[in-house]
Design a protein around this ligand. Structure first.
Ligand SMILES: Nc1ncnc2c1ncn2[C@@H]1O[C@H](COP(=O)(O)OP(=O)(O)O)[C@@H](O)[C@H]1O
Ligand SMILES: [Mg+2]
Length: 276
């Protein structure tokens, strides 16, 4: 099995060797009469950053919540690390939970807790560790996401938007997960803050072999940070592949998203940055 981030980002011809961390097969999710996802299938491979994109309200967050078993599905199979999430007992579920980190779309930090205490929330829930060790581990995570050590004792209200996202990422990494689910992590950040965050996520992929499932609206992130992109539309994954696949797709939504006016602007921005 491939465990290194770089090794797993292999050429297309070697695709069959890559370990599937998350496998979604023929999943249908409905709320009452309203079907949100219908026979949707998607794979996420170890060590990659998968960008998940689609119109607002298409069901990106619903799929994420379904994978985490926070929303029930009507049919289909979801496997994490090869294990069917519907067939695990409580002990196995607990183990699965520790291998997954999540940053929810509106997942703010607990405002009454310091950054250090926020990062320790999952540790307290899943691990039984002495206080001192937990403090050391939390500091490690805080430094890992590029926050200064003294951010540990600050409250969320004392942090900038970008620092809050980093602290939330540190919390998602608290248990050393194999995969993190990030739901629009850079929304609300300015372009430079967003680019810095993307760079951090890519660094974690490269250094830890972290697998990342990132829901994003940010075209810059999709073009620069993601190894593969999956587009949600018409209740399923419409197109899936690297940026080059998006650039060639004739699917109207994909075309206007990646090659429309807005896309050209991002392209020009990127060129300006390179020239500077
Ligand atoms: N718990 C729920 N009950 C009913 N409808 C829901 C629920 N959660 C989400 N929806 C609906 O599912 C659709 C997809 O939502 P969502 O996944 O949040 O979209 P997005 O792609 O923007 O993340 C929306 O129409 C939303 O109103
Ligand atoms: Mg959403």
């Amino acid at each position: 099995m491939t465990t290194n981030g770089n090794e797993s980002r292999v050429e297309a011809g070697q695709e069959e060797e890559r370990e599937v961390v998350l496998s979604v097969r023929d999943v249908t999710v409905a709320f009452g009469e309203k079907t949100i996802l219908e026979n949707l299938s998607l794979d996420v491979y170890r060590g990659e950053i998968l960008g998940f994109v689609g119109a607002s309200g298409a069901g990106k967050s619903v799929l994420l919540r379904t994978v985490l078993k926070l929303v029930p599905k009507q049919s289909g199979t979801i496997k994490l690390f090869g294990v069917d999430v519907d067939e695990v007992d409580d002990t196995q579920r607990l183990l699965l939970d520790t291998r997954i980190g999540v940053l929810f779309q509106h997942g703010a930090l607990f405002s009454a807790l310091t950054v250090l205490e926020n990062v320790q929330v999952p540790m307290r829930e899943y691990l039984d560790l002495p206080r001192k060790l937990m403090d050391e581990l939390a500091i490690l995570k805080i430094e890992m996401v590029g926050l200064p050590r003294d951010a540990a004792n600050k409250f969320p209200s004392e942090l900038s938007g970008g620092m809050i996202k980093r602290a939330a990422l540190a919390r998602a990494l608290a248990l050393d997960p194999d995969i993190v689910f990030l739901d629009e992590p850079t929304s609300g950040l300015d372009p430079i803050g967003a680019a810095d965050f993307d760079e951090l996520v890519a660094k974690l992929r490269d250094t830890m072999g972290l697998t990342v499932y990132m829901v994003t609206h940010d075209l810059d992130s999709l073009l620069t940070a993601c190894d593969r992109i999956a587009v949600l539309g018409k209740k399923k994954v419409l197109v899936e592949g690297p940026v080059s696949t998006m650039m060639q797709s004739e699917e109207p939504w994909v075309k206007s998203y990646f090659r429309g006016k807005r896309a050209r602007r991002v392209d020009i921005d990127a060129r300006t940055r390179t020239d500077a």
